[in-house]
Design a protein around this ligand. Structure first.
Ligand code: UDP
Length: 340
């Protein structure tokens, strides 16, 4: 019997990698994606890696009727909810779009869990809920949350609050917030990866697009921070590891008798600075990466990385790949895109 799992935003960056990990572990992923932020190239890559046509519904999950039809059509074992806008800077310019899309989508999906008796739910949350860590830079799930800096951050913070209230009102559901650190890399086949529309906001796509010649140089946003080399420090997690964390989370939820709500950090436990990323990229690819040091970017967290022990203890999951693997795979993906 098919074990259907709804993957909202399943044609996106993390969603597409998770679709593959789900199928590899015996689930039948059902993608709901309206392609406003996804690309046909990723869909073709998915087909080629999966070896079959994925179950795909081109719907906007903010449209209640479309979601009702989907939940009527399948008896889902669980839902992994990715579909959301994710650009911090854009969220400052278009806050209403972010609140509308990210919160209405989440509320709709939660409603359908209730009405269609689907117990298991995994939410794409973010380490942005920790803000700038006060004192210790390694954050665990018990580190107090702080108010975010951007509307995007608020949608994750409020998303967790909505889920907490939903849990209180309907405690039979099994709910998990995965707090991602910085997802990077691509599938080792180089057939799917991150596909930023327009100028990339995140570091890694900017690195690979600069190296391929789309931009004359990378600008490092500040090298005068109180860190080991002056640039900001993040915990970069390979998207393959991240995808597997979702399947581990779903397996865990399915095996629980009682309702619950948990938050789990998904990171490597190691911090890497922006300058270290540049050096590692040049070392791994043999390609030089021109860069300049620019001013600080407003609202940037200085240093944060995960305490990743809960993921290991609760889910039996931990990252296997390192930043070199991620840079190599991201570069192969960028080179593949250049051939199209
Ligand atoms: N960054 C940078 N230049 C860029 C893009 C990002 O120096 O063109 C830095 C940014 O200041 C931060 C790190 O790279 O220290 C990661 O940024 P990203 O936007 O990818 O993730 P986030 O800040 O949301 O963790």
């Amino acid at each position: 019997m098919n074990k259907f799992v709804l993957v909202t935003g399943g044609a996106g960056y993390i969603g597409s990698h998770t679709v593959i990990a789900l199928q590899q572990q015996g689930y039948t992923p059902v993608i709901a994606d309206d392609f406003r932020n996804a690309n046909q190239i990723v869909l073709e890559g998915l087909r080629s890696i999966l070896g079959n046509e994925p179950l795909l519904h081109r719907i906007d999950i903010c449209e209640d009727q479309a979601l009702t039809r989907l939940f009527d059509q399948y008896q889902f074992e669980g839902v992994i909810h990715f579909a959301a806008y994710k650009a911090v800077g854009e969220s400052v310019e278009k806050p209403l779009d972010y609140y509308q899309n990210n919160l209405v989508g989440l509320i709709n999906v939660l409603r359908h869990l209730s009405t269609h008796h689907v117990k298991n739910f995994v939410f794409s949350s973010s380490c942005t809920v920790y803000g700038e860590p006060k004192g210790e830079k390694e954050v665990s799930e018990t580190t107090p949350k702080q108010l975010p800096e951007s509307p995007y951050g608020y949608t994750k913070w409020m998303g967790e609050q909505i889920i907490a209230d939903f849990h209180r009102s309907t405690p039979q559901h099994k709910l998990m917030n995965l707090r991602y650190f910085n997802p990077v890399g691509a599938h080792p086949s180089a057939r799917i990866g991150e596909f930023p529309i327009g100028k990339p906001n995140n570091l890694l796509p900017f690195v690979t697009q600069t190296a391929i010649g789309k931009y004359p140089h990378l600008t490092i946003f500040g090298a005068d921070y109180p860190t080991r080399d002056g640039s900001c420090i993040r915990d970069y997690i390979h998207v393959q590891d991240l995808a597997e964390a979702h399947v581990a989370a779903l397996n865990f939820l399915i095996n629980q008798e009682d309702g619950l709500l948990e938050a789990v950090n998904i990171g490597t436990g190691r911090g890497t600075s922006v300058l270290e990323i540049v050096a590692a990229f040049e070392r791994v690819t043999g390609h030089s990466l021109p860069y300049i040091i620019g001013p600080r970017r407003q609202g940037d967290v200085i240093e944060i990385y995960a305490n990743a022990t809960k993921g290991e203890q609760l889910l039996g999951w931990k990252s296997r790949l390192n930043i070199e693997d991620a840079l190599k795979d991201a570069w192969a993906w960028e080179q593949y895109l250049a051939t199209l």
